[in-house]
Design a binder for this molecule. Sequence first.
Ligand SMILES: CC(C)(COP(=O)(O)OP(=O)(O)OC[C@H]1O[C@@H](n2cnc3c(N)ncnc32)[C@H](O)[C@@H]1OP(=O)(O)O)[C@@H](O)C(=O)NCCC(=O)NCCS
Length: 337
Amino acid sequence: MSLDIALATLADHDDAYPVYRAAMAEDNPRGPVFSRLSFDCFVTDPFPGQISERYLARLDGTAVGLARIEAPVLENTDVANIDVIVTPEFRRRGFGRELFAYAVERASRLGRTKLHCATMYDVEGCPPAPAAPAAFARSLGFEPALPEIARQLEIAEVDEAVLDRMLAEAWTRAEGYDVVQWLGVPPDDLIDDVAYLDGRLFSDAPTGDLDIEPEKVTPDRVREREESLIVRGRKTVHTGVVHSASGKLVCWTTICLDPELNNGQALQFITLVDPDHRGHRLGTIAKIENLRRARREDPAIARITTWNAAANGYMIAINEAMGFRPAWGGMEWQRAL
Ligand SMILES: CC(C)(COP(=O)(O)OP(=O)(O)OC[C@H]1O[C@@H](n2cnc3c(N)ncnc32)[C@H](O)[C@@H]1OP(=O)(O)O)[C@@H](O)C(=O)NCCC(=O)NCCS
């Protein structure tokens, strides 16, 4: 029996969203999920800077799987990110492979020559990952390129006395710096510096063997990205550190809340310190102050998830000291189309 695969419209989402949630519940029940609003926005308000398509597979009218393609249009225009999901009870019947082949055909028509995908993966220090995703990626000819570890902080287990001590110790190294906070789109006097720091992420954070071109981040792109999160009902909480003498923002971190989900989930996004200002514990200060601000913004936060390249020692050390613990391994894979 073969699948009926078609571009998912908003009207299909009543069938497509349960496929996504069933797969997440099976594979990574503690992992963060997209709200229905965020899921719908892939059709109604796609993220800027990429072609974003989602295909729904039906078997005799029943939705059994999804394939998502993201094709960046400003940089990495040779790359397509492909993600395939099959409803747990319909797995191991070749549907994943069929959806993938469909997505590859589409990526090829978009002129892409490189494919990337991301899966859970066994990484030392984390509970074992489900076997299927990595086996699936390998069977399709992908090579592992960048191992990452997701860590989670259980808010109920946060030790405020430890954070107080970390902050006090950090400030002894951070004379001449001030903390600044904002929600959503950065204020006009900071947005250029935010764009600069954001643009450094690719060159500063380890990218392993992943063949990827850094984003040219502009203030307009920062604004657009924040606006597209607002449309999704998300709320971003930002803490920066300003170098008093120059007035420059030299450190920045973000936590993203999703009140639409109402499940206490929060995501740690970027944390970056300008290389000229490293060694002053600014990352520690920003992360702790941002955690506290995020909890004031949403007292119902229960768990924060963060991702780091397995090789990113400094960031991991700060996270571990704050109480983040390894939750699952992830792998970024790549292959030629
Ligand atoms: C990975 C996933 C999409 C596979 O879907 P599926 O329909 O079961 O895959 P297929 O039946 O087409 O399997 C294709 C090949 O993948 C490999 N594979 C899939 N599941 C496997 C498992 N549990 N153990 C070992 N190998 C497995 C096999 O090589 C298989 O070929 P074979 O059956 O001829 O041996 C599905 O498990 C899933 O939705 N997982 C969660 C989402 C995810 O991680 N997606 C991967 C990101 S692209």
